[in-house]
Structures are given as C-alpha cells and as structure tokens.
Design a protein around this ligand. Structure first.
Ligand SMILES: [Cu+2]
Length: 466
C-alpha cells in the first residue's frame, strides 16, 4: 500500500496534486504488506552541534513521519517495539473499532519490547489525524513518538496545489542535546512542563513553498504535550476549512486556538509574496511557518477546492441526554481508596500517587498507565445522543479529548463559538462548554486532558458505550 518513499517523504515535500493518486494508494490493501512502524531510538539534530536520541516511527531524518491513506479503504499498520519499555499506538481522532484504539490494558495488551501488534481499520473520515502512544505518554511522546495520518477522499475532485504539514512540538533538551526530565511537579500541577526547544517539523520553523495564485492547504497540528498556540496568517487571507480533521464551511481566519492534540486546516490563495503562519499567543508573534511563493503562470481566478462532506451522524438534540463533567483539582477518589483497601494494596500500587493533581467529577485516575481501572465516568447507551457539559473549575486551560467519537462543539460561556466538529475541545479557566454527539461506537473510550501531565496526574477517565 505504501512505497518506502511515500512513507519517508516527511513534511517538507511540496505535493502538487491535481494529478490522480498513485495506483497503490487507491488499491485495497488486503493482500498487500501493511505499513511498517518501528518505534525505535534514532539520532536527530534538534540543537546545532548536537544530536538527540529521539524515539520515532520514521527514519530520524524528517519529523514527524507522515502517512497517507484513503477514506473507507482498509488501513493496516504493524507496530514493532524496538524501544526499552512497552508501547502501543493510539490513532487520535479516528472513529475506529475499540480494539484498534491503542490504549494498553484497556483495549489491547501492551506491546512489550521486541513484540509487534497489527492495527487494521478503515478510516470513515477524511482529514488530518495523528498517532502516538497512550502509555507513559509524557516521555514517549516527549521523545518524539508521533506521526501524522492524512486520510484522503477520492471523491474530492480538485486538490490544493500545495498541501503542507505544519507540526508543532517542543523538546525538553539540555544544552548538549540530551533529554531533560519530562515532567516536574511544578509543571504537572500547573499549566504543564514546557519544552526548552520550540520546533515546527523539528526545525526552528517550517520553510514551505507554493505556486503563486494556487490554493494552499496548511495542516496545522499541535503535537506538543503542554503548549497552547494561537495561529494567525500574515500576508494572505486565510480560511479555516477543517477542525481536528473535520470539514466545515470555510470561515475567515482571524486567530484559532490549538491546545495539545488539536488540529486546524487553513486554506489561502498564494500571493506573489511570502506568507507567514504565526503563533500570536504571547506578547510578540512567533514564526511557525514561512511559505515562499514560486512564480507561476496560473490565473488569479478559480474557487477554493471543496472538501468532501463529513460522515459524522448529527446528534438527535431533542432526545439527547445531558451529562455534566467538572474538571477540578484532584485527590484519590473514595472508589480508588476502597479498591486499594479491598485488594490489600498500598497507595504505592497507584503509579505516582503523590502526583494526583487533577480530577474529572471528583475522580482522579492517575498514573502513566491504565492498568488499574476505576469505574467509568458514564455509561452511554449505544445509538443515543448526548450533550456533555464540561466545566473547567481550575485556573489552567484543559484540552479535553474523547476517543472513538467526533463531537460537535455547540457553545461556550466565554466565546462566540463557530460550530464545528472536533475530537478535542479546549476549555479556558472557568469556561463552560457544551459538546454533542451520537454514542454510535461501542466500547470503552478514554476521555482525558491532552496536556499529558494533567492526564497522567488525574484528569483522565473513560466512558462506556453499549
Ligand atoms: Cu489539563
């Protein structure tokens, strides 16, 4: 299904794509070799004059690795673990069968060093997705274990002339290029422990190109474990065309907030001068990507390519059940205490029990792993629609991610919301947000903060759908 070159093409390539897709990308993958993903350590230069022993699924030259597949077609990938601890792959945002969701102990056994695990699913939605481990994530993702999964829709008639990945991720490095500690109590109990080296596509910023007058698509992904960015375009009129991979009618882009794990696809027509994608979160804009123009004979007319419609079922708002989830500071829940008592376990049976800083509905589920499973946050009925009312009662923002489902972000107590589909929603301090979805995917689905240290110190739970 994949040629080695396609897999290694990485992020820098200019994909000029009004052309038909290569035959192998359209073919059914059954009978073909699956994508080979080896999680292994490789040397990569992130700081001048030094190398860093990153963990990656790629070849260590380009980061992140980028896979492309077709909507509705079988996608197969074999993970082989060549690192020193167990791992797995969670396919973030993909509405897939529960057994393919990649949560160790919850949906599959952990993949021990030397072992392999075969993933297979047919992605039902086209768009910009990514994949990463769901165990000891602050370290495994911190070391670089992540990749981009682009799902294409063969029904989309016209493609963007330039289609670029812009992957934001910071690295916690010492001056010699080696990794610093991935988590600190100070960070975990507050807004997160931040990287020391900020990168886009593993460079200080991305340098991209596009033909003048052609339509450009930027697939912007926040793959960092902690950092929030607010993206804005300088030099062209941009449009938001997809959120977390899901299309929406183009909305003029002023600024767009991206918490960890969130994605936004931005379209613009390339002018005869360079365009800059910036992070305007701080006091002064920070360059994320510079898009240089290539002279062209393209006409200045022509409409923006349209994305194929989403296949997500609209919730039945009239009959939806409303459930409330409060995000707060944490403690060890009475249930967890009872479990420990019944099983004659000490607090040390919990991973890092002293580091339980966060909770959902008063329940903390902490630890780098999911071995000790509390009761679910909610038991959802298969086929029923739900409105989740999320409230952030803390002084820090939290991007909340629900597995296995794509929800509609309805309203916020703070901001005017552009209604959109998402798998992760960012809540500012004291913000109340409503999301709605149809619980149409059976299984046990994680719901957690994607500031990974918050997840691993308590802001994690799951819902069941049956
Ligand atoms: Cu959080």
């Amino acid at each position: 299904m994949w040629t080695r070159r396609q897999f290694l093409a990485g992020t820098a390539a200019l994909t000029a794509l009004p052309l038909p897709l290569p035959a192998q990308a359209q073919a059914d993958s059954s009978g073909r070799a699956p994508v080979v993903l080896e999680a292994r350590q490789r040397a990569m230069s992130l700081l001048p004059g030094s190398t860093t022993p990153i963990w990656t699924y790629g070849d260590g030259q380009d980061w992140p690795p980028v896979l492309r597949t077709q909507r509705g077609a079988p996608f197969r990938a074999t993970l082989t673990n060549r690192v020193t601890e167990h791992t797995a792959i969670h396919w973030h945002g993909i509405r897939l069968p529960n057994a393919m969701d990649g949560v160790p102990y919850m949906t599959q056994p952990p993949v021990e060093p030397g072992q392999s695990f075969a993933y297979e699913f047919a992605p039902p939605d086209a768009g910009t997705f990514f994949f990463h481990p769901h165990c000891n994530t602050v370290e495994q993702l911190g070391r670089g274990l992540a990749g981009v999964l682009i799902v294409e829709d063969a029904a989309e008639e016209r493609r963007f002339l330039a289609d670029h990945v812009v992957a934001i991720k910071d690295w916690r490095l010492k001056p010699d290029g080696s990794f610093d500690v991935f988590s600190t109590d100070k960070g975990a109990a507050r807004a997160g422990t931040f990287g020391t080296v900020e990168t886009v596509n593993a460079r200080p910023h991305a340098r991209l190109e596009a033909l003048a007058h052609g339509w450009v698509r930027l697939r912007v992904l926040n793959l960092d474990v902690s950092r929030l960015v607010v993206v804005a375009l300088d030099g062209a009129e941009g449009f938001v065309i997809a959120t977390d991979g899901n299309p929406l009618p183009p909305v003029p882009l002023k600024t767009w907030r991206l918490g960890p794990a969130m994605r936004v696809d931005i379209a613009f027509r390339m002018p005869w001068h360079s365009v800059r994608l910036q992070n305007v979160w701080g006091s002064k804009p920070e360059l994320l990507a510079e898009i240089a123009f290539i002279e062209s004979a393209l006409p200045a007319i022509g409409a923006m390519p349209q994305l194929a419609a989403s296949g997500v079922t609209e919730p039945d708002f009239e009959n939806a059940e409303r459930l409330r989830f409060d995000l707060t500071a944490g403690h060890v829940s009475p249930e967890l205490e009872a479990y420990l008592r019944e099983n004659k376990l000490g607090l040390d049976a919990l991973c890092l029990p002293q580091r339980t800083f966060w909770a959902i509905n008063g329940k903390s589920w902490s630890g780098q792993d999911h071995q000790l499973k509390p009761p679910p946050l909610a038991e959802l009925k298969l086929g029923r629609s739900y409105i989740f009312e999320l409230f952030n009662g803390t002084p820090h923002p939290h991007p909340i991610h629900l597995h296995g489902h794509t929800f509609r972000v309805l309203r916020s107590s703070k901001d005017e919301i552009v209604p959109h589909l998402a798998d992760t929603v960012l809540l500012a301090p004291k913000e109340r947000v409503e999301i709605a979805f149809t619980a149409d995917n059976p299984g046990m689905w994680m719901m957690h903060c994607h500031i990974i240290e918050h997840q691993e110190t308590g802001m994690m739970g799951y819902v069941t759908v049956a």
